[in-house]
Design a binder for this molecule. Structure first.
Ligand code: ZN
Length: 265
């Protein structure tokens, strides 16, 4: 691998128990793999302190704050204030999320919508990008984002993370100005829709991520724990799908991540 190649893993969960034991070696492996920056996602305000602590000791890591749709029941009168306070007091906060809609097996549609829109409001007020989680909910998500785009214009921007949609759905979100991020799922043999989507994303909208510790990419699929260094397998696969050199994919996705999250390397 070209030592000069720089990659950004735009979606990690390193505060999980599975990384406690050997964090230092996980970190040296991502450094060796060329991962120069990571964006830590957040599923619940209960994680704020653990994520903030990691960001404080890892200079190449910034983070998001938000509430995941599957945890929407955690939302209460203070949540909006808590999110705003952390987002405005810690300079390492670069986004709000992950937020969105997850209708797979869920029965709390109304609450998910309420919590999603409350966070879109904070993000556009603070002019921060959003990290969107979307599962079995693309049509509704498009409708909500369209509404907020009309309301807030350029202040609404963000990424469809761990993207699993069809090319048609991909186009909806690109038309709304969103970035599209591919994870290990793009490397899975049967992921025909995801691979077809990956081919049509415009170069200036393409991002990569691991979503670790979940969804380890091929050839690490089946290993218990995904980790940031494996983002290079995602980059390799994206490069093969798009028939472009991995150096080109690395340069594009790194530049895009810097653009969206306002990072300087
Ligand atoms: Zn995530």
């Amino acid at each position: 691998m070209n030592v000069k190649m720089q990659l950004i893993d735009t979606h990690v969960h390193l505060n999980f128990e599975v990384f406690q034991q050997d964090f230092a070696s996980v970190r040296s492996r991502w450094q060796e793999a060329g991962v120069v920056h990571l964006v830590h996602s957040c599923v619940s305000p209960s994680e704020f302190s653990s994520i903030q602590a990691i960001a404080a000791r890892v200079p190449e890591l910034s983070f998001a704050v938000g509430l995941h749709p599957l945890d929407a029941s955690e939302w209460d009168v203070d949540t909006s204030k808590q999110i705003t306070e952390l987002a405005t007091s810690d300079s390492k906060v670069v986004a709000l999320g992950e937020m969105g809609l997850d209708f797979y097996k869920a029965d709390n549609y109304e609450q998910q919508l309420l919590v999603f829109e409350a966070q879109l409001e904070i993000a556009t007020d603070l002019n921060l990008p959003v990290i969107i989680h979307c599962r079995d909910a693309a049509p509704k998500l498009k409708e909500v984002l369209r509404h907020w785009k009309n309301l807030k214009g350029e202040r609404l921007r963000g990424v469809m993370h761990c993207w699993g949609g069809t090319p048609e759905e991909t186009q909806w979100f690109m038309d709304l100005g969103f970035y599209i991020s591919f994870s290990g799922t793009v490397t899975f043999k049967n992921a025909k829709d995801i691979q077809a989507s990956c081919k049509i994303v415009s170069p200036e909208r393409l991002l990569i991520e691991t979503d670790c510790p979940f969804l380890a990419p091929h050839p690490k699929r089946g290993t218990k724990r995904n980790e940031p260094s494996y983002v290079r397998y995602v980059a390799e696969h994206v490069s093969a799908l798009r028939s472009e050199a991995i150096e080109v994919i690395a340069a594009q996705t790194t530049q895009n991540a810097c653009q969206l999250f306002g990072l300087t390397l």
